[in-house]
Design a protein around this ligand. Structure first.
Ligand SMILES: *Cc1c(COP(=O)(O)O)cnc(C)c1O
Length: 231
């Protein structure tokens, strides 16, 4: 019997493949991160059984609990939520990737706390591409300097940039914000940084994000269903 999650996952894979083809991108050039925040370990097990390996979590305690419960599985954990400096240690110890680095202090703590036995932690610099005051991420003007500083940290590997655009029904406005992240990435690459990741695109806008150059889409609702609001 196929589960609801495995069929939804298959539908997202097809949608991603169609978006790659429509954008003239190579098949498989965009990775799928399954955002499992607020969903139970059983939901992760179902997606895992359907071949998914990369999972995204937003809350440190939830990452810790799920990491412990699912320790026997070959899961690649991506931390994608806001990160306070007093909560960096478990993330440095458990995560394979952190997409939400937005300040040097957080990056320095993650580098200091990354266990020596593990490979360097993969990180993305989160950029506030919409300019909304409420949004996480560094200002676009700060991105170059911050990216260079992060690159110098010994236990981190800067892989690229991440954004959460403004929720808007205006596709041109959305595309402009996604394009800004790509342009910043191009600017950093031109300066010699070796970046291979543009983390952008969610359930509602992954097709557009692929057209704008995304290499990794973070998809929750379209795989697991709608989330109850966390307490
Ligand atoms: C929740 C979340 C997602 C997934 O969003 P959906 O709309 O459910 O696909 C992606 N990225 C981040 C940073 C998130 O917090």
């Amino acid at each position: 019997m196929t589960s609801a999650i495995s069929s939804a996952l298959e539908a997202v894979r097809l949608r991603l493949a169609a978006a790659e083809a429509a954008a003239g991108r190579a098949p498989g050039s965009v990775r799928l991160l399954a955002v499992s925040k607020t969903f139970p370990c059983d939901a992760i097990r179902e997606a895992y059984a359907a071949g998914q390996r990369a999972f995204g979590e937003n809350y440190v305690q939830e990452l810790q609990a799920k990491g412990a419960e699912l320790a026997g599985l070959d899961i690649q954990w991506h931390f994608i939520g806001p990160l306070q400096s007093n909560k960096t240690r478990p993330v440095a110890e458990l995560a394979h990737w952190v997409h939400s680095v937005e300040r040097l202090k957080i990056a320095e703590r993650l580098s200091d706390q990354r266990p020596a036995a593990l490979p360097p932690l993969n990180v993305c610099l989160q950029v506030n591409v919409s300019g909304e005051a409420s949004k996480s991420g560094c200002a676009p003007e700060e991105a170059v300097e911050l990216a260079q500083a992060i690159t110098a940290l010994p236990r981190l590997r800067l892989r690229g940039l991440m954004c959460i655009p403004e929720p808007t029904a205006d596709p041109a406005r959305l595309a402009g914000q996604l394009a800004l992240l790509r342009q910043l990435r191009d600017q950093l690459v031109a300066q010699g940084l070796e970046l291979d990741t543009l983390s952008m695109g969610m359930s509602s806008d992954l097709d557009l994000a692929v057209r704008e150059g995304s290499t990794l889409v973070r998809v929750g609702t379209a795989i697991f269903g709608s989330r109850p609001y966390p307490a």
